[in-house]
Design a binder for this molecule. Sequence first.
Ligand code: NOJ
Length: 546
Amino acid sequence: MSHMSQKWYQEAVFYELYIRAYYDGNGDGNGDFRGAISKLDYVKSLGVDCIWILPMYPSPLRDDGYDIADYRAIHPDYGNLADFQEFLDAAHDRGLRVITDLVMNHTSDQHAWFQAARQDVNSPYHDYYVWSETGQEYADARIIFLDYEKSNWTYDEKAGKYFWHRFFNSQPDLNYDNPAVQEEMIKIMHFWLDLGVDGFRADAVPYLFEREGTNCENLPETHAFLKKVRRMMDEEYPDKVLIAEANQWPEDVIAYFGDSDEFHMCFHFPVMPRLYMALKQGDKKPIVDILDRTPSIPPEAQWLTFLRNHDELTLEMVTPEEREWMWSQYAPDPRMRSNLGIRRRLTPLVENDKRRWLLLNALLLSLPGTPIIYYGDELGMGDNIWLPDRHGCRTPMQWSAGKNAGFSAADETYFPANADETYGYETVNVEAQENDQDSYLWATRFLLQARSKYQVLRRGQMEMMAINNPAVLAYWRFNPNDEPSDDRLLCIYNLSNQQQSISLELDEYSGRRLTDLLTQSEHLLLGEWPTVKILAPYASHWLRID
Ligand code: NOJ
């Protein structure tokens, strides 16, 4: 018996898949939906449940598709709506769900609305955007793309006014004070939901409204509109999921769950950099502190957790001192930095050290929340810091040691496959790893399988275990409704590069046998408690008490 609600998204594993990078089905150098269809069996074989695809709409690609020119079509590089539908159906046939990115906050400046808006200030579309005569308003709103933009206002010659944009100046913000904009967005959602998508990752939601004298983030008007969106979803598409991309502190992000009447899920941004921080410091404090600071969420809600994604590893949710420290540790070369973050992939961040890679992944899969795996990280793919902006982490998927990493038959691809000595496709690729039981790919499948067998890892409560050693993080995952010893797991991580000893005070389990799900060793700890246990450097254990 469980009092917990069981929604599919609360227990799933997500896989972030970039269509352009995945597989080129027509040999033009770009990944596409037809290509991705042919790789769905691979996706399924990983043990994931839901695919999140990056924006797939027509776009001038100034922000890789987060600048949408038409919300109801597919970028020609990726195919057409029929291809998309086939991809969706093929995923569903395999029991995989698909969520798409929905960029609510802004459009591309190439969108027909913006073109009409700037051409004619009397057009109904003019009021779809946020204009100013002076470009002086909302001075308290921060600039997000610090490396690229000097202001959130850009002057438009045609309109003879400034328009508001929180991101690139090619991405004018929509004006949510205009009810027509709200209706348009809801209609767009219907369009995709009716095709069968399983939900949306709603991009940049904190910024929908602007108000003088505020930082223009998380405003009550924004929440009111988002609640309207959720009402529509609840009434018409009850099993689908709405996800907030709100890069905010826990106490602010919590508002996006509402009272079970806003988002089903929110990314947990602040926890992510602290996993890397704790690992580098050999100290659990950053993780413990942020979890302490994380409020509880409504019963049908869930966090989304991740190690990396298609953006820079964001350091917005750390203090300035912590940010400097993270940069010095993880981004020694200035080319590795971007905006307030680090534009590198997971495996180079842990210096291709399997123990640290495993530790971070085991943490990801055992902390509360629905984890997301970023395509290629299951292989230990690397980045290419010589590519501009965030593209270095968006290179072609490495399928084989063949031409273009087996990604495309074209002579030239959208960006070259990574040819680095350590992380390049000749060494790191699916084909090679399928045949290597010690590979990252096998480790990924193994971890996901272990997680899928233990309900407590997916939905159990979490309780920190007091361990008198700062380098060792230990917590229980358990089902509060079960007998104390049944279905309980003890997760233990040595965050340091040194051996650590801990004493486990577990009187009530005295004499029981422990099995480690990760090393698959039995009888790990026998005998009387408390037991002193030596942990290897960067050791990870998921212990089941038999
Ligand atoms: C967040 C997305 O993840 C990022 O890639 C994009 O540039 C901004 N939102 C603006 O849409």
